[in-house]
Design a protein around this ligand. Structure first.
Ligand code: ADP
Ligand code: MG
Length: 701
């Protein structure tokens, strides 16, 4: 082990100024255990001591840094609640400071008459300004005299134990001094530093804490962000590369009778260019001798099912079985009935296996499967059970809303011997490219970015509640033209009771606009028994009912081409991607479809952006971009449990260019040196080896 590695692994309490008590606090409060952890806990902000705003130049609702003397500090009681108010006098005026929480502690920590640098958001207060809960920093006696001072995350407990802003800075300063005799080793190869003109890791780590200049800080941030993206991409792409080298797959050399017959005689339409391209990509994978791991992204209605079907036919043509797994029973059933009717003229046996298939029926399916009499099996998670044994599974397709877990994937992989089946993962949740690079970075990706021809984009409009009669009149008109309509109510997870109340109140109201027996209305919600739900949906599908009142359960599954209107109640309460998924239920037929977003007149800024975005575009990828910007990566559908998005300094929304360049460079490096065997890449090899030891390194993704 190198010297630097040794020092960085030292337990944090041995740092000058820490000791056992503070050491325990740092561990508990900030998860800082070693010198390395402290070194890698970067400042979240810098105080630019050269940029003090004169108090008289403060603008409303802006972040400001001002300097002045604390000339008053008093607790003000207002009823039960108390607040602390301070007055800061600078060269050009005064500003009020206000605290509502931790008053006692703050009062004790501040010194009347002292000069402070104060940071926070300034708001109008009478004729002047005030800052609520400002960050306060004595302007004299700084431990390090630098223009840019780091500010670290802190907590109350740390603050009271002397690890406030100043204390934290002192610690880092002690650490850097301790480290000054050694050079922190670089983890990027030299040739990259030279080519990209990046500062060394050593230099970057010094400058991220105590920047020599604005420029040095930028360079340090840049380098450290690059590094984070780079190593994640290296891990993902290395995995992908080694999987391709190590994991053989069944070779499907022929495109045979079934595929051709279907293509020439059954396929009821011409494939779109995107569908053709994707089928070609899949065909190439299937005859490569390497196991396919491909993600197929395509908006709702883009025609993924036919791609799945034709891929399965290739497997069948080569003497293999195929399966298709869907997240819900409804979806599985729908796939089953669609595929069965599409394939009825071909000599193919296709079966459906879900949790509700039991007894003799189940036994027969399991036997047929094992004996190779069943060619295609459609189903839910039930397919993963150990009792489900294939004779020779060649291709497994999952149609998923969210990514199935690795454990589930592993079960799928194990369903075939000697090789794992080829895997195709289909998703209708469009993900911005930058995000799919990180989330699905180890898969090959195909995208259907074209809708079938003749599809009229759904017209989306926003209406406030006062327009309800007009909206209902419009619905009635459409229904008289033979169309059907969905009316969707939001689901508030905290209160299922309230949801149902909303739904049933809505239902009552709908019945007044659409009275029996002239009109028929279906109701579907998550609390219903599956059979009841099923029969209500069936009635709607068969056109017996004209209106379907539902909670978001219809988001997945329902496919009724004649339904051309969707009214979404309280649309501001839905997330963007959910609105988009819901809207995907209409616009499936030849008629012009409509989506009406009902909302209250007053909206939050984000609510307005969401609804405006829906009205502006039907493009799922564009919508996903906006969603990503609004909510940040952590909140996006399907990414919540994924740890890959927790970066220390990089930001997947703001630093997309750095991400793209990291991805490109990793691709180049692995293209030239897939095993990272070249001496110049030895640091990278070491990193990968370390990851393998540390994590549950699995080639299954
Ligand atoms: P999704 O990608 O949402 O799964 P589907 O596969 O269900 O979309 O396709 C939506 C509808 O479009 C289906 O009714 C399907 O038959 C039809 N469709 C698919 N591809 C084409 C095409 N190339 N031309 C015309 N209609 C198509
Ligand atoms: Mg689909």
């Amino acid at each position: 082990m190198s010297e630097s590695a040794n020092i960085l692994d030292t337990s944090i309490e041995y740092l000058k100024g820490v000791g056992p008590v503070k050491g325990e606090l740092l561990r508990k409060e900030l998860n800082i255990h070693t010198f390395r952890d402290l070194l890698l806990d970067f400042p979240f902000r810098y105080i630019d001591r050269t940029r003090i705003l004169p108090i008289r130049e403060i603008q409303k609702d802006s972040l400001v840094q001002v300097k002045g003397k604390l000339i008053d500090l008093s607790v003000i009681k207002a009823g039960k609640r108390a607040r602390l108010e301070g007055l800061l006098r600078g060269a050009s005026g005064k500003i009020k400071l206000v605290w509502f929480q931790r008053i006692k502690w703050i009062e004790r920590a501040l010194n009347l008459g002292q000069e402070y640098i104060v940071y926070g958001r300034a708001n109008r207060y009478g004729s002047g300004f005030s800052i609520v809960h400002p960050e306060m920093e004595p302007s004299a006696g700084q431990s390090v005299a630098l223009a840019l001072q780091p500010v670290y995350h802190s907590t109350d407990k740390l603050n009271t134990k002397g690890l406030d802003a100043k204390g934290r800075r002192q610690l880092i300063s002690n650490l850097l001094e301790k480290l000054s005799s050694i050079k922190i080793k670089d983890n990027l190869p030299n040739y990259l530093l030279e080519r990209l003109q990046l500062p060394t890791r050593n230099e970057a780590l010094y400058n991220i804490h105590f920047p020599k200049s604005e420029q040095a800080l930028k360079a340090a941030q840049n380098r450290l962000k690059f590094e984070e993206f780079f190593f994640l991409q290296l891990q993902l792409l290395y995995k992908k590369t080694s999987r391709k080298q190590l994991i053989k797959g069944y070779d499907f050399p022929t495109v045979g009778q079934l595929f051709h017959t279907f293509y020439k005689e059954v396929l009821p339409f011409t494939l779109t260019g995107a569908q053709q391209r994707v089928i070609r990509e899949i065909r190439n994978d299937l005859k490569s001798g390497v196991q396919m791991n491909r993600l197929l992204q395509g908006d709702v209605g883009s025609g993924k099912t036919i791609v799945a079907l034709m891929s399965m036919l290739i497997a069948l043509d080569n003497g293999f079985q195929a399966c298709l797994m869907a997240p819900t029973e409804i979806l599985a059933q729908q796939h089953f009935s669609n595929l069965s009717s599409n394939l009825q003229s071909l000599p193919i046996r296709i079966e459906l296996l879900t949790g509700s298939v039991k007894g003799k029926r189940r036994k027969a399916i399991l036997e047929g499967l094992q004996q190779g009499k069943i060619d295609i099996l459609i189903g839910t998670h039930a397919l993963l059970e150990p009792t489900v044994v294939f004779s020779n599974l060649g291709l497994a397709i999952t149609d998923e809303q969210h990514r199935f877990g690795v454990a589930q994937r592993a079960k799928l992989w194990a369903k075939s011997k000697p090789y794992p089946p080829h895997i195709l993962v289909m998703t209708a949740t469009p993900i911005p490219r930058t995000l799919s690079m990180t989330l699905y970075g180890d898969l090959d990706v195909s995208i259907i970015d074209e809708l079938p021809p003749g599809r009229k984009p759904v017209k989306t409009i926003r209406k406030s509640d006062t327009h309800r009669p007009e909206v209902m009149e419009f619905l009635r008109h459409q229904i008289h033209q033979g169309r059907q309509a969905y009316i969707v109510y939001p689901l508030i997870e905290e209160s299922e009771k309230l949801d149902l109340k909303n739904l049933y109140d809505g239902y009552e109201q709908i019945l007044q606009y659409f009275p029996l027996p002239k009109y028929q209305v279906s109701v579907v919600h998550g609390r219903m028994k599956p059979e009841a739900k099923e029969s209500e949906m069936k009635r709607f599908k068969e056109g017996i009912t004209q209106v379907m009142v539902a909670t978001t359960v219809i988001e997945v599954g329902v496919d009724v081409p004649n339904a051309s209107i969707m009214v979404i109640e309280n649309a501001e309460r839905f997330g963007l991607s959910q609105l988009h998924q819901l809207r995907g239920r209409v616009g499936r037929g030849a008629e012009q479809s409509f989506c009406i977003l009902m909302s209250s007149y007053k909206l939050s800024r984000e609510g307005r952006i969401r609804l405006d975005t829906m009205c502006r575009t039907n493009n799922g990828f564009e919508i996903a971009e906006v969603d990503l910007k609004l909510r940040g990566p952590g909140q996006l559908e399907g990414t919540r449990q994924s740890g890959v998005l927790s970066f220390k300094i990089a930001n997947i929304v703001q630093d997309t260019q750095i991400l793209q360049s990291a991805r490109k460079i990793v691709t180049q490096i692995l293209g030239k040196d897939p095993g990272l065997a070249h001496p110049a890449n030895s640091v990278l090899k070491k990193y990968i080896e370390g990851q393998k030891r540390k994590s549950n390194w699995s080639l299954i993704s």
